[in-house]
Write a protein of this length. Structure first.
Length: 357
């Protein structure tokens, strides 16, 4: 099947809820599989644009059993449903844990009985309920010696095994809690992960799937091959390589304007981002130290970046277009900014544009 780029964009945007938003936030979360959350505001921002009337601070009030925050895709912090978290760690958890053990050995020389003892004591500290990092370190003080403890050196290994999760709270320090993962047979889990990816992010390539998931090609390729008869193979005009997607209605309905979060699932969904982002602007979105900026999506293409600024009880959205954009987009930017501000608990938001030439 041959598709135009507009048709390919439309399929992906519709499946992400960016054409017709979902009724409930968990539906939106399942559609994108996971939302990267190094920044707490990324979760409500990503869901606000994909959900009809997302309630203020939903991400802080959601039932702990509904949402799991842990290190999953690309070994980075993501929020997802408990079921989808189980699916991913069933595929990749042991491999990521192996990398974690190697990191501990190389970085500080911890291995064997010493490291296992620290992990066991950490689990023991969580048996009576969620604990802050400070409380855990009071029981296992060795963790404080690791230079990257703030980046998860203390909890990442247990999280990769599906034993620990982070809890989104109303405020205060991050809390960690025990988590019981209902594992899936790894080969079947890999096939289901591929189904989920090509259903939401297709048309996409094998390289896109490996990039998004963080899986090695030798794991991603058999999973794709196992479900290939369920997929439609497509060629997208002007783009190299074979692509696959779950069968979809072909249309060209594309939203006029959306504001996408930092590390938004759409931005992180493909190794080749040229369908949505002109390569000449790539460095303005993917910046130093692994930062991926929040973007302005206009007619299916990223045309600038934006950032959210808290100003006491009010908020501000600062827009930085790649080049001057039409005034007709201003109303859409303000509308989307209000959605995001409301999801974060702000009733007022100002929009300011800079570098718009």
């Amino acid at each position: 099947m041959n598709l135009t780029q507009d048709q390919a964009r439309s399929i992906i945007l519709r499946r992400h809820g960016l054409v017709d938003p979902f009724d409930k936030p968990l539906e939106a979360m399942r559609a994108v599989f996971a939302v990267q959350t190094q920044y707490a505001a990324s979760l409500p921002a990503a869901l606000a644009v994909r959900t009809k009337g997302l309630k203020a601070n939903w991400h802080k009030k959601a039932e702990h059993s509904d949402v799991v925050k842990s290190w999953t895709l690309r070994n980075t912090l993501h929020a997802q449903t408990a079921e989808d978290h189980a699916l991913y760690v069933s595929v990749a958890g042991k491999r990521i844990y192996g990398r974690y053990l190697d990191w501990m050995r190389r970085s500080v020389g911890w291995e064997g009985e010493k490291l296992q003892g620290m992990l066991d004591r950490t689990l023991e500290a969580l048996k009576d309920g969620p604990r802050s990092r400070t409380e855990i370190h009071a029981v296992v003080p060795e963790w404080k010696e690791h230079p990257s403890v703030g980046w998860g050196a203390d909890m990442m290994g247990l999280a990769c095994l599906g034993k620990v999760k982070l809890i989104v709270t109303e405020g205060g320090p991050t809390l960690f809690a025990l988590h019981e993962t209902e594992f899936v047979e790894p080969t079947e889990a890999a096939k289901e992960l591929a189904r989920r990816y090509f259903a939401s992010y297709g048309p996409a390539t094998l390289s896109d799937f490996a990039y998004w998931s963080g899986l090695k090609v030798e794991t991603a390729k058999p999973a794709l091959q196992a479900i290939e008869d369920e997929l439609t193979e497509v060629q997208v005009e002007g783009m190299k390589g074979k692509r696959w997607m779950m069968p979809a209605e072909i249309a060209e309905d594309i939203p006029k304007l959306r504001l996408l979060a930092k590390f938004d699932p759409l931005t992180m969904g493909h190794a080749d981002k040229s369908l949505f982002l002109d390569p000449k602007y790539f460095k303005q979105v993917s910046r130093a130290a692994g930062q991926v900026e929040a973007t302005i999506l206009a007619n299916g293409r990223m045309v600038g970046t934006w950032r959210f600024v808290r100003k006491g009880t009010t908020s501000e959205v600062v827009v930085e277009p790649f080049k001057k954009i039409a005034k007709t987009y201003e109303a859409g930017i303000e509308r989307e900014a209000r959605k995001i501000a409301k999801s974060l608990g702000f009733n007022q938001v100002e929009v300011r544009s800079v570098n718009s030439v």
